[in-house]
Design a protein around this ligand. Structure first.
Ligand code: NAP
Length: 475
């Protein structure tokens, strides 16, 4: 693997590399470059020197390159699916789904070529006008997580490039391979020199330097709230605009009149897809007391049947790394110490010799812990969930809103009035009623509280990459 700076592939100027381990076997997969501050300077300079020319091409020409990259990804999609299975441990159908998402993002944003508009506003006199232009910021830094390593890259670089910005991409150190593949496709599609750059390396080592760089005007980051807060602090030095898509703790609410089979189906997706490592994953279960025992039985049975192991064969793969695996035991042990009852799972599954060192954990459901417990308050980010009984709709909504995070939420009820009430009351960026996610390209993916600020997707998402400039004119 190499860095991609100013149109060329290169090693780190220090020659240092970082080891990437397989989540499936725990064994080394490859080494990738640990970029230095000099490498970062070169990438940001390249982006800075190229964005005006890129912008001046016009939106239709820019979109042609994005469409071409999309076509190339479609043509070579198996390669990207393989990378996702190997470096992330995604089961094959989920890798296929993620590549579909990448293609959809590129298509969606490229379609904005003829939809970017400004405004003409009346001035104080008839011969005065205010022209409101929407212009690019310049250099956009895109920082991405490992859980959807290709889709998150696409969702940032497509709108940034479409609006005439140039990009320095810093992918997660757990999944740099998907980012490299996407950059290769853009290069093949004809992206001009300097407009898209790839810098790999530990965020904890080069992150502060990238964020505070004086030539950076916008930072679009998806990741943990901890890192988002650090980025916000560092960005104060250059006043870079921030798009921060951070942690989630989605409540999954099942009312007494719910179609439990639908709720079960959606729960299995919302809790266990991507091994529970999604920002919109179900993280807390609130179930009406009259159907609680029945629903627990249904989800425990289905969870027990979920095969865990080789991503090519099983229904659920591994967690991303050793630390993530250790977190699962920590949450379950703490819940047990508080009097929680593990109704299914709670340990490592039985695995073949080749997978023994992989980061696998069983689908796990815990009942009997309080709303104040870590299981109900912290982002678990894995196949473990706590479940609680509720006796009134208001209690359920109150508990759902009682979280420092505010990204997704789910509700199952046939009562239209209650569904409407919840739509008004929930303090989350997304509420899925009687249906699964994920968010659509044409929806605005955003969150309340510590889930961050700004958002992605829809006309509002693309507007985040455009700055409004006013020209006052008298004629
Ligand atoms: P993370 O540890 O915060 O890392 C995210 C990215 O930030 C990585 O590229 C990381 O680089 C980089 N980074 C780390 N320290 C940095 C610093 N000081 N300055 C700049 N960049 C830095 O998050 P993650 O574990 O990859 O992802 C999981 C989290 O993402 C979860 O909390 C999940 O909810 C959230 N997420 C949110 C959304 C959403 O739309 N709201 C979507 C997906 C995921 P290294 O890998 O090199 O450390």
């Amino acid at each position: 693997m190499k860095l991609f700076i100013n149109g060329s592939w290169c090693s780190s100027s220090s020659g240092n590399t970082i080891e990437k381990l397989s989540p499936v076997t725990g064994k080394k997969m490859y080494n990738f470059p640990a970029a230095t501050k000099d490498d970062v300077d070169n990438a940001i300079d390249a982006a800075y020197n190229s964005w005006e020319k890129w912008y001046s091409l016009g939106s239709v020409s820019r979109s042609k390159i994005i469409y071409k990259a999309k076509d190339l990804i479609e043509k070579n999609r198996k390669q990207l699916e393989d990378i996702l299975v190997k470096e992330n441990g995604k089961i094959r159908p989920e890798a296929v789904g993620e590549v579909d998402g990448v293609i959809d993002q590129l298509q969606y944003y490229a379609e904005f070529a003829r939809k970017i508009t400004g405004d003409i506003v009346e001035g104080e006199k008839a011969n005065r006008k205010i022209l409101q232009y929407k212009v690019p910021y310049g250099v956009v830094v895109a920082i991405t997580p490992w859980n959807f390593p290709a889709a998150m890259v696409a969702r940032k670089i497509a709108p940034a490039l479409m609006t005439g910005n140039s990009v320095v991409l810093k992918p997660s150190s757990d999944t740099p391979g998907s980012a490299e593949f996407l950059v290769k496709m853009f290069l093949k599609a004809g992206i001009p020199k300097g407009v898209l750059n790839l810098v790999t390396g530990k965020g904890s080592e080069i992150g502060d330097y990238i964020i505070a760089h004086k030539k950076v005007s916008l930072v679009s980051m998806t990741g943990s709230t901890f890192t988002g807060q650090r980025i916000m602090e560092k960005a104060s030095s250059n006043m870079a605009k921030l798009i921060l898509e951070l942690g989630g703790k989605a409540p999954f609410m099942v009312w007494e009149d719910a179609d439990l089979n639908t709720a079960l189906k959606v729960f299995m997706w919302a809790k266990y897809s991507n091994s529970g490592q999604s920002c919109i994953a179900a993280e807390r279960l609130y179930v009406h007391e009259r159907v609680f025992d029945k629903f627990m039985k249904m989800i425990a049975e289905a969870s027990r049947k979920l095969t865990v192991g080789d991503p090519e064969k099983a229904k659920m793969g591994p967690l991303i790394n050793k630390a993530a695996l250790a977190n699962m035991s920590k949450y379950v042990d703490e819940a047990k110490a508080e009097g929680g009852k593990v109704i299914t799972g709670g340990g490592k599954p039985k695995l073949s010799k080749e997978l023994k060192e992989g980061y696998f954990y069983e689908p796990t459901i815990v009942t009997g812990v309080s709303q104040e417990s870590k299981l109900f308050q912290e982002e678990v980010f894995g196949p473990v969930i706590g479940a609680a009984k509720v006796s009134s709709f208001d209690e359920m909504l109150e508990k759902a809103n009682d979280s420092k995070y505010g990204l997704a939420s789910y509700l199952f009820t046939k009562d239209f009035k209650l569904a409407n009430k919840a739509a008004e009351a929930v303090r989350f960026g997304e509420l899925y009623i009687n249906m699964p996610g994920p968010e659509a390209s044409q929806g605005y993916h955003t969150g309340f509280r510590l889930t961050g600020q700004a958002g992605e997707g829809s006309k509002y998402g693309i507007a985040e990459y455009l700055k409004l400039k006013n020209v006052y004119i008298e004629y």
